[in-house]
Design a protein around this ligand. Structure first.
Ligand code: SF4
Length: 105
């Protein structure tokens, strides 16, 4: 059975581990969900997580160079893999994605 001195020696480790775990869990919970291509609003706008997968027959005005990452409505950082979009609320879109509401950023 550990004596009081040993217990007090472990206390700072236990507290710092608890703080680190709380921070990790908190940041995961705060991370937004990704927009699914199957989402009804995403389907309405022809959203694809990969701009190269956009159907050219459905969207003849689409260009491969157009991505969420260079869209005016993209709220992620420049070059980020994912970020918010003014059209999709709390869900994130892929930086390499595209939808028919794309606007030159
Ligand atoms: S509006 Fe722009 S940022 Fe939002 S999904 Fe469409 S292309 Fe991507």
């Amino acid at each position: 059975m550990p004596c009081r001195r040993q217990f007090l020696g472990y206390l700072p480790l236990a507290v710092s581990g608890g703080v680190a775990l709380t921070g990790l869990l908190g940041s995961r919970a705060a991370r937004a969900a990704m927009l699914a291509e199957q989402d009804p609003q995403a389907q309405k706008l022809g959203y694809k997580a990969d701009t190269t997968k956009v159907d050219p027959e459905k969207f003849p005005g689409h260009k491969i160079s157009q991505t969420c990452g260079n869209c005016q409505l993209y709220q992620g950082d420049t070059g980020s893999a994912a970020g918010g979009c003014a059209l999709f609320g709390a869900k994130e879109v892929a930086g390499a994605g595209w939808c028919s509401a794309w606007e030159q950023g």
